[in-house]
Design a protein around this ligand. Structure first.
Ligand SMILES: NC(=O)c1ccc[n+]([C@@H]2O[C@H](COP(=O)([O-])OP(=O)(O)OC[C@H]3O[C@@H](n4cnc5c(N)ncnc54)[C@H](OP(=O)(O)O)[C@@H]3O)[C@@H](O)[C@H]2O)c1
Length: 304
């Protein structure tokens, strides 16, 4: 399987990269999309020490820059004829203040959602060429809402609302994409995965000292899981047969009692009008005509 992982240099993305690299029976090829070449190479070294036979490469991309996303997609398409899966995972967590990107957007909105919408849209053609059943797994959590009047949250911002807005947007996107591919012969599946327990990730180094102390106490009581455990749980989603993946497409799932289980979705995310509104806004923000064309075949131009 050829798997692209956004944010594979730390946390959950790194955990999944490690688990997939360790599956010697499966010839997994892992492409780590990351913003720092040095950190990317260090991650490859670390994984290769654990799994010497693993095939890993980097795709450099700063998700806070739409130009960088465009270039990364072009580079990936020039190097690869197909992709079997993408893990949409990279994301900003805690932040003490709103940071505006050079593209003039809220960094959580752009990094956690919009740039990865743009990336996936450009790579759908490669997923369609998978002979194993192309799939996109979105790292998602339930809840959240779209701030329609101020999506860039310039009037009222806090990091939790910004994270949750991006989560709701990702879940709306995965349903839109599932709908788009429902009737297609070259099927691609789109699945949201919500981890059942908090993962001990690089966020621990970013949060304020008071939160770090709390987290450390909670860790003693077993309230966190490691990135390795998280990777072990998630790895089957990337390797299972297309038929199994197809059954989960369009849903948000979690891990419960040793198996994957569907979670209920909220009304706004299920609302087709809201999803089309978000799709229209996302296409406009990408400022790339080719992106509109990808979705125009599924939705009439008047509706988006
Ligand atoms: N931890 C949990 O329990 C948990 C639970 C549910 C959902 N999540 C979600 O899981 C995702 C990953 O979180 P995590 O906890 O694993 O965090 P993490 O350890 O901080 O990892 C975040 C990853 O995103 C990358 N990233 C951040 N900004 C980027 C940018 N501008 N361009 C490219 N890559 C960028 C980071 O790259 P660098 O290595 O260069 O910083 C890193 O690889 C997030 O979307 C988070 O909301 C986490």
């Amino acid at each position: 399987m050829k798997i692209l992982i956004t944010g594979g240099t730390n946390g959950m993305g790194k955990g999944v990269a490690k688990a997939l690299a360790a599956h010697s029976g499966e010839e997994n090829e892992i492409i780590i999309l990351c913003r720092s070449e040095a950190l990317g190479l260090k991650t490859i070294d670390e994984i290769k020490k654990e799994s010497p036979g693993a095939t890993l490469s980097l795709a450099l991309c700063d998700l806070s820059d739409m130009g960088s996303v465009r270039n990364a997609a072009l580079t990936i398409k020039s190097r690869h004829d197909f992709l079997d899966s993408i893990f949409i995972n990279a994301g900003l967590g805690y932040a003490s203040q709103r940071i505006e990107t050079p593209d003039g957007m809220d960094s959580h909105f752009q990094v956690n959602y919009l740039s990865q919408f743009y990336l996936v849209a450009q790579l759908l053609g490669l997923l369609e060429k998978s002979t194993r059943g192309g799939r996109v797994i979105f790292n998602a959590t339930p809840g959240g809402k779209i701030y329609w009047d101020d999506m860039q949250m310039s009037k009222q911002w806090n990091y939790e609302d910004a994270i949750h807005q991006a989560m709701a947007a990702k879940r709306m996107l995965l349903i839109t994409l599932h709908e788009l591919y429902k009737e297609k012969a070259n099927k691609v599946s789109f699945i949201g995965f919500s981890i059942h327990q908090t993962v001990w990730t690089n966020q621990i180094n970013i949060i304020p000292a008071s939160m770090r102390i709390m987290a450390t106490i909670m860790k003693v009581f077993g309230l966190f899981i490691s990135i390795e455990k998280c990777g072990e749980i998630m790895a089957p989603l990337f390797m299972e047969y297309a038929q199994e993946t197809g059954k989960k497409s369009g849903s948000l799932i979690t891990w419960k009692k040793g198996g994957f289980e569907k979670l209920p979705e909220n009304d706004e995310v299920l609302n087709i009008g809201a999803r089309e509104k978000l799709l229209g806004s996302s296409i406009a923000l990408c400022k790339d005509e080719a992106i509109g064309a990808i979705f125009a075949e599924a939705f009439s131009k008047e509706r988006i």
